[in-house]
Design a protein around this ligand. Structure first.
Ligand SMILES: Cc1cc2nc3c(=O)[nH]c(=O)nc-3n(C[C@H](O)[C@H](O)[C@H](O)COP(=O)(O)OP(=O)(O)OC[C@H]3O[C@@H](n4cnc5c(N)ncnc54)[C@H](O)[C@@H]3O)c2cc1C
Ligand code: FES
Length: 259
C-alpha cells in the first residue's frame, strides 16, 4: 500500500562528501517491507521545483517507525533537501515500486550485492533482510573515491565487503567488475543498483546467472501516470515497462538498458 505523509525528520547529517543520511519517522514506515522500494520526496514548501525526487529506502526500522534515505546532493532538488533540519517535516509519498525479490530458498546461498555510488543505499536494507533469512551476503561497492564512500563498516558487519574506486583511493582501482574479478567472487544470485553502464557490464558478464538490476531512471509522477520513465522491452519495438511502477528492479534482460 502506498501513502502520503508529512514525516518528522529525526536526524540529518552529511556522512561523506556531498552524501547525506536522512532519518524520517511516521506511520508510512509500517508499509515499507521490500528492499529496493523508493519514496518520492517533496523537497520544498513551494511549487519550485514542481516534481518530487525519488530516493531509495536504505534502512527500515519498524520498532521506532523510522526509515533512512541516503542521497547525493547533486542538483536543485537535493540541494534544497539538504537544508532541512531535524524537527522539521518532509512530505513523503511511498513506498513506491517493486523491490528486490527475496525468499527462503536463498537460505545458506551466497548472494552478491553490487552497488555503484548513489546505487549503494538500497543494498543496505536488502543485505539486512538477506542476512535475516540466513543467506550469505557479499558486497562489492564502487565509489568515485574514498571521500565519497559511505556505510563501509555498516556493510562489513553484514558480510564480506570489497570496494572499487575510480582513483584507487579505496579498494581496487577501477570498476566494481574489476573488484569482482580481483577477489574471484563466486555467487548464487546477483543484485545490483547503480549507473546504467555498470548494470550493462554485469548483465553482459553474467548471462547464465540469476541477476536482478535496479534502475534509477529520471521520473515524473513516480506512480505510473506520466510515462517519463519508460524502458523498452527487448525484441519488441512497441513494448515498454515503466521503471516507477513495473520496477525499479527488473530481472536482467527484461528491459533494454539504455533508457
Ligand atoms: C528509483 C530511484 C531511486 C533513487 N535512489 C536514490 C538514492 O537512494 N540516493 C540518491 O542520491 N539518488 C537516488 N536517485 C536519484 C535521485 O532521484 C536524483 O539524484 C535526484 O532526483 C536528483 O535531483 P536534483 O534536483 O538534485 O538534481 P537534478 O538537477 O534533477 O539533476 C542533477 C544531477 O542528477 C542527475 N539525475 C537526476 N535525476 C536522476 C536520476 N533519477 N537518476 C540518476 N541521476 C539523476 C542529473 O543527470 C544531474 O547530473 C534515485 C532515483 C530513482 C529513480
Ligand atoms: S514516473 Fe511517471 S510513469 Fe513512471
Amino acid at each position: 500500500m502506498t501513502g502520503k505523509e508529512d514525516m518528522l525528520i529525526v536526524s540529518h547529517r552529511e556522512i561523506a562528501a556531498n552524501i547525506f543520511e536522512l532519518v524520517l519517522q511516521g506511520e508510512l514506515t509500517l508499509q515499507m517491507t521490500k528492499p529496493g522500494q523508493f519514496v518520492h520526496v517533496k523537497v520544498s514548501e513551494t511549487f519550485v521545483p514542481l516534481l518530487r525526487r525519488p530516493i531509495s529506502i536504505a534502512r527500515i526500522s519498524r520498532e521506532d517507525k523510522t526509515f533512512t534515505i541516503i542521497y547525493r546532493k547533486s542538483g536543485e532538488g537535493t540541494a534544497l533537501l539538504s537544508k532541512k533540519k531535524p524537527g522539521e517535516k518532509a512530505d513523503v509519498i511511498g513506498p513506491l515500486g517493486n523491490g528486490f525479490p527475496i525468499d527462503s530458498s536463498l537460505k545458506g546461498k551466497k548472494v552478491l550485492l553490487t552497488g555503484g555510488g548513489i546505487g549503494v543505499p538500497p543494498l543496505y536494507e536488502l543485505s539486512r533482510q538477506l542476512k535475516a533469512i540466513g543467506a550469505v551476503p557479499v558486497h562489492v561497492l564502487g565509489f568515485e573515491n574514498i571521500e565519497s564512500s559511505f556505510y563501509k563498516e555498516e556493510f562489513a558487519r553484514l558480510g564480506d565487503t570489497y570496494f572499487s574506486t575510480t582513483d584507487g583511493s579505496l579498494g581496487v582501482k577501477g570498476f566494481v567488475t574489476d573488484a569482482i574479478s580481483y577477489h574471484e567472487i563466486e555467487f548464487d544470485r546477483l543484485y545490483a543498483c547503480g549507473p546504467t553502464p555498470m548494470l550493462k557490464a554485469l548483465e553482459t558478464r553474467y548471462t547464465e546467472r540469476e541477476v536482478y538490476l535496479s534502475l534509477e531512471e529520471r521520473m515524473g509522477c513516480g506512480i505510473g501516470a506520466c510515462f517519463a520513465c519508460v524502458c523498452h522491452i527487448p525484441n519488441d519495438p512497441a513494448g515498454y515497462k515503466k521503471v516507477c511502477s513495473d520496477g525499479p528492479v527488473f530481472r536482467a534482460g527484461e528491459v533494454v538498458l539504455s533508457c
